[in-house]
Design a protein around this ligand. Structure first.
Ligand code: NI
Length: 168
């Protein structure tokens, strides 16, 4: 396993649309292992492959505090089952140090494949629904800052660019 570099906003590669995975094989399972290691190392609860510059539809999530409940969603397709919106304070490993309230539909169903290529068909609510929708956005090249006002987004962009220049 390996820790991969996480791309940070406003890196244009984060705007790439991810392609569907054709076969869930060893290559994808190694990618999944690396994604978990990268996410755990960064203390995140979710990571999309897009964030490590791999543009395939793979998402990993673990909401448990002891990091023992790994979930994998490959080629996820979502249907909204309750379109009433709920606000949640979201953060993102690609937008480090910032969190803002984003409103999303409260309940969804997801169809996807797991790490063994088995079909998942589940109803999701609460934090798992929020997290999956956030990660699905990454696969479309979308970030949570896109839901904010242009002014707020610009402020976050400038602060992160400054930090990135300082590190370079
Ligand atoms: Ni994110």
């Amino acid at each position: 396993m390996a820790i991969r570099k996480i791309l940070e906003f406003p890196d244009p590669r984060l705007r790439t649309r991810a392609a569907r995975v054709d076969v869930v094989d060893t290559r994808i399972q190694i990618l999944i292992d690396d994604m978990f290691e990268t996410m755990y190392d960064a203390n995140g609860i979710g990571l999309a492959a897009s964030q490590i510059d791999v543009h395939e539809q793979v998402i990993v999530i673990d909401l448990s505090s002891d990091r023992t409940e790994p979930r994998v969603f490959i080629n996820p397709e979502v249907k909204i089952t309750d379109d009433s919106l709920e606000g949640f304070e979201e953060g993102c490993l690609s937008v480090p140090g910032f969190s803002e309230s984003v409103e999303r539909p409260k309940a969804i169903t997801v169809k996807a494949l797991d790490r063994n290529g088995n079909v998942i068909d589940e109803q999701l609510t609460g934090l798992l629904a929020v997290c999956l929708q956030h990660e699905m956005d990454h696969l479309q090249g979308k970030l949570f800052v896109d839901y904010l006002s242009p002014l707020k987004r610009q402020r976050i962009r400038q602060r992160l660019e400054k930090e990135q220049r300082r590190r370079a």
